[in-house]
Design a protein around this ligand. Structure first.
Ligand code: AHG
Ligand code: MN
Ligand code: MN
Length: 332
């Protein structure tokens, strides 16, 4: 039990100046504000039942989904901080139909995409939720930002990560040099390195999927789920079914333990449910950096060309051998 030997996220970042160039409009400033947003949202999440911020906000967002009060609060927290740091040109958010332009960021280099609060259906029942972020560099500083700057492919991400408000609050990120996880020490309000250089097992024994929609899944996914349930002692089957319904929480568990998360295309939603820019791409960047894979059944997630800000895609993500197997069955 090392108690005093801590490395804070800020310390870690300043030790890696090659990852976080200290120039005007820099990445470290955005990271500082994402951390601050995470602490503010964490505070609200922890007290939500006491200060009347559980429940619905009373409006639907651009996805046609009911907004929770905490969805709206979290979005405002992120926007307020990005507006003022001078490092972020604009933000694409799940909660806003249009691009949010940051007043102080006209000449800034970076573009942020966020799901300010993921797993809304779990807010009122005290299960794990999170915030997701993805950062791109604008294509040119010499001309104004266009859609082309915002709709870059996932493999062009400069950084991505999430904050999970779970049993503990954790900040997990990558800048393309592996994945590191930091746990919030409540007593000093600092994220401290707890999970250095996370690698995901190439195979696990957990499958995470909303089986309620099974009848609508492609046959390959149905076949894979049946296979997961078959008994086979040597192969550790049947696998365990684990599904919280919070992408971050399901992803985080599978990242550490090994496993697969599937949100397939369905008859009703042929493009799945999850959004490419601020859900699938950041998770795909993280999982690949940890040695796993992310696919949509036809393509690698990070190779997809975004056509619109709120585009959806099916997602098959997790341990590499498991993803390969599902994709092979889907293409049989
Ligand atoms: P959000 O709360 O940001 O709208 O995201 C919810 C997403 C994702 O977190 C989760 O994995 C998925 O929706 C669950 O969907 P189902 O209820 O259809 O399984
Ligand atoms: Mn979400
Ligand atoms: Mn959300």
């Amino acid at each position: 039990m090392k108690k005093n030997n801590i490395v804070t996220l800020n310390q870690f970042i300043s030790d890696q100046q090659n990852e976080f160039p200290f120039v005007q409009g820099n990445l470290s400033r955005i990271f500082r504000d994402i951390q601050l947003a995470a602490k503010m949202i964490n505070r609200d999440v922890r007290q939500a039942g006491l200060i009347d911020i559980l429940g619905n906000f009373g409006e639907t967002n651009v996805q046609g989904e009911e907004q929770k009060k905490l969805d709206v609060i979290s979005n405002e927290v992120f926007m307020g901080l990005m507006d003022m740091n001078g490092a972020c040109v604009c933000v694409v958010s799940e909660e806003d139909e249009h691009i949010h332009w940051c007043p102080d960021g006209k000449d800034a280099k970076y573009i942020l995409a966020i799901d300010p609060l993921d797993g809304s259906s779990n807010i009122d029942v005290n299960a794990s939720i999170g915030s997701i972020f993805s950062i791109y560099k604008r294509l040119s500083l010499d001309k104004p930002v266009t859609e082309e700057d915002i709709l870059q492919k996932g493999h062009q991400q400069v950084a991505a990560g999430y904050v999970i408000y779970g049993t503990a609050t954790m900040f997990v990120y990558t800048t393309g040099n592996g994945v590191n996880g930091f746990t919030l020490d409540d007593s000093i309000q600092e994220f401290c390195l707890s999970h250095p250089n996370i690698k995901t097992p190439s195979k696990g024994a957990i499958f995470s999927v909303n089986e309620g929609n099974l009848n609508d899944f492609p046959q390959g996914v149905i076949d894979y789920i049946s296979w997961c349930k078959e008994s086979n002692k040597e192969e550790n089957r049947p696998y365990s079914a684990r599904y919280i319904g919070s992408l971050i929480a399901d992803f985080h568990r599978n990242l550490l333990k090994g496993g697969i998360y599937i949100y397939p295309p369905t008859k009703k939603a042929p493009n799945g449910k999850l959004r490419l820019l601020y859900e699938c791409n950041p998770m795909a960047f993280l999982v690949e950096q940890a040695g796993g894979k992310a696919h949509n059944g036809t393509d690698r997630i990070l190779d997809l060309e975004p056509k619109e800000f709120h585009q959806r895609t099916p997602l098959i993500i997790g341990s590499s051998e498991m993803v390969d197997q599902v994709v092979a069955l889907m293409n049989k």
